[in-house]
Write a protein of this length. Structure first.
Length: 193
């Protein structure tokens, strides 16, 4: 093995120059490392595959940044973690934006009625603002359970799986959240009539 070859017989210099065969050899020897890291950031199989492919493209594009300090495997692991974290943060930001949008936009079935009556639309908008503020006052776990079940439409069992708790815990959080929301939203029902 010469100085330009990695431990798995990868011609590092050829990889850095952009040789497709060297890249293929790198993926054969390091693919399990990339897959295991991306699996910890992505949910289902399709998501994992998408993230794996995206990270492989990033490795290819950033190959010239490898400076022979430390092992190639360490560099790949760091790069994979970095891009997987960014991918997950971006995904969460998109989901959060969609949640905010869905809370601030009138439901489709009610939109015609609300748009023809500006007073009712304003009342609906005020109610949504009050709901958002009330949810912000709940303990984080109660708010999260309420949002996952009531705003995202999951069953308590599905919410429990998503949040990594028992269904009984979700039901408890929902019960306490409803009690607090009733108090915090007192009088809001009259606004919507």
């Amino acid at each position: 093995m010469n100085d330009t070859e990695g431990a798995a017989g990868i011609d590092i210099e050829a990889f850095l120059r952009g040789d497709p065969e060297a890249f293929r050899a790198l993926l054969e020897s390091q693919g399990h490392l990339i897959r295991s890291i991306t699996a910890s950031y992505a949910g289902d199989g399709d998501e994992r595959d998408d993230l794996y492919q995206e990270v492989c493209v990033r490795i290819w594009k950033q190959r010239r940044r490898y400076e022979h300090r430390g092992s190639l495997s360490g560099w790949i692991a760091r790069l994979t973690h970095y891009h997987a974290r960014n991918w997950r943060a971006s995904k969460l930001a998109r989901a959060s934006a969609m949640d905010r949008y869905s809370v601030h936009v009138a439901p489709v079935q009610d939109s015609r009625e609300l748009l023809t009556d500006p007073g009712r639309l304003l009342s609906y908008r005020r109610f949504l603002d009050r709901l958002e503020h009330a949810l912000a006052k709940l303990p984080a776990r109660q708010a999260e359970a309420f949002i996952v079940v009531h705003l995202k439409g999951n069953s308590p069992n599905a919410a429990a799986r998503k949040l990594g708790v028992s269904p009984a815990t979700i039901r408890s959080h929902l019960r306490h959240a409803r009690i607090k929301l009733r108090t915090l939203l007192k009088g809001s029902k009259d606004e919507l009539s």
